[in-house]
Design a protein around this ligand. Structure first.
Ligand SMILES: [Zn+2]
Length: 265
C-alpha cells in the first residue's frame, strides 16, 4: 500500500522567504488558531474603524469649511493683503479649497502626511499661498457681471496640455466653466507652491530647534540649573492658532465696526 507523506513544514505551494511574506504553514496556522490569536486582531480592526470614522468627520468638516469659504469669497478677497500680512491668517489650511488632477499624473494632493519619529505631521497648502496662486492670469477669469472669478477645480492631460476648469465669481457667486487653458499652467504652479509651503514649515521647525538649543546652551553657560530640563523645554511653535471660521468672523466684525464709524461721521 502506498503511503502519502505530507510535508507541512513548508507552505504549499512553496513561497520563497521574503521579508513581507506573511504566509504561514498549516501546522503554524493550527497552533495559532488554538491560542485564539488572529493575524488581524479585533483591537486592530477597532482602530481601523475609528480612524475611518475620524477621516469621514474630517471630510465633512472640510466640505462645510469649503462652502463657508466660497460664500465669503468677496470678503476674503477684499482683505487679501491683510490676510497675507497676518501670519495667523496667512497660515490657515487651504488644501481642500482647490481640486485638481490629470491623466497619468493623478489627483494633485495639496496636503502631505509625514511620519517623523512616529509622530504624524500634516503640511497643507496655506491660505496666503492660495491667494498668491489666484494672482496669476491662469487662475483668473473675467465674469459677465464685471467681477473677476478664480479657478477652484481643474482636470486635464499633461500630454495634450488640454484642460477643463471651473471658476467661481466672488461678486455674483456664479460658477464659470473654462476650457483649454494649458494644463501645466494649473498643475505645475500648484505643485511648486505646495513644495514651497513644505519648505517654509520645515525651515521654521529647524530654525526654532536651533534657537532652542542656543537658549539652552546659554542657560547652562550662565550656570543655571539644567538638571531637570533639556533643550526641549526651550522649543516653541508659532503663536496663536487661527481657524477659517474665526478669521471670517474677525474680518466681518472689522467691516461692521468700520461701517459704524463711517455712519457717525
Ligand atoms: Zn460674476
Amino acid at each position: 500500500m502506498a503511503t502519502i507523506h505530507i510535508d507541512d513544514s513548508k507552505p504549499f505551494p512553496y513561497f520563497p522567504a521574503e521579508p513581507n511574506n506573511k504566509r504561514e504553514t498549516f501546522a503554524d496556522f493550527c497552533k495559532r488558531q488554538e491560542t485564539g490569536l488572529n493575524i488581524v486582531s479585533d483591537e486592530m480592526e477597532q482602530d481601523k474603524w475609528e480612524q475611518a470614522e475620524m477621516q469621514e468627520l474630517m471630510k465633512k468638516s472640510c466640505e462645510r469649511k469649503k462652502a463657508l469659504f466660497y460664500d465669503n469669497l468677496d470678503l476674503i478677497l477684499r482683505h487679501r493683503d491683510e490676510i497675507r500680512g497676518t501670519p495667523r491668517y496667512a497660515n490657515i489650511d487651504a488644501h481642500y479649497l482647490v481640486r485638481g488632477g490629470g491623466l497619468y499624473v493623478g489627483p494633485l494632493s495639496l496636503t502631505r502626511r509625514y511620519n517623523f519619529a512616529g509622530t504624524p505631521v500634516n503640511i497643507n497648502l496655506k491660505l496666503s499661498t492660495l491667494l498668491e496662486v489666484w494672482d496669476n492670469a491662469q487662475f483668473k477669469v473675467e465674469c459677465g457681471c464685471g467681477g473677476t472669478a478664480v479657478i477652484r477645480s481643474f482636470v486635464g492631460s499633461p500630454l495634450s496640455g488640454g484642460s477643463q476648469a471651473t471658476a467661481i465669481c466672488p461678486c455674483c457667486k456664479k460658477e464659470i466653466h473654462v476650457r483649454n487653458r494649458n494644463f501645466g499652467g494649473y498643475y505645475g504652479l500648484l505643485r511648486i507652491m505646495i513644495d514651497r509651503d513644505i519648505e517654509k514649515v520645515a525651515r521654521n521647525i529647524a530654525a526654532r530647534w536651533t534657537h532652542a538649543e542656543v537658549n539652552y546652551g546659554k542657560k547652562v553657560a550662565e550656570g543655571k540649573d539644567a538638571k531637570w530640563n533639556k533643550a526641549g523645554s526651550e522649543f516653541y511653535g508659532d503663536g496663536e492658532f487661527c481657524n477659517l471660521e474665526t478669521m471670517i468672523n474677525e474680518l466681518k466684525m472689522k467691516e461692521f465696526k468700520a461701517q459704524c464709524e463711517a455712519e457717525k461721521l
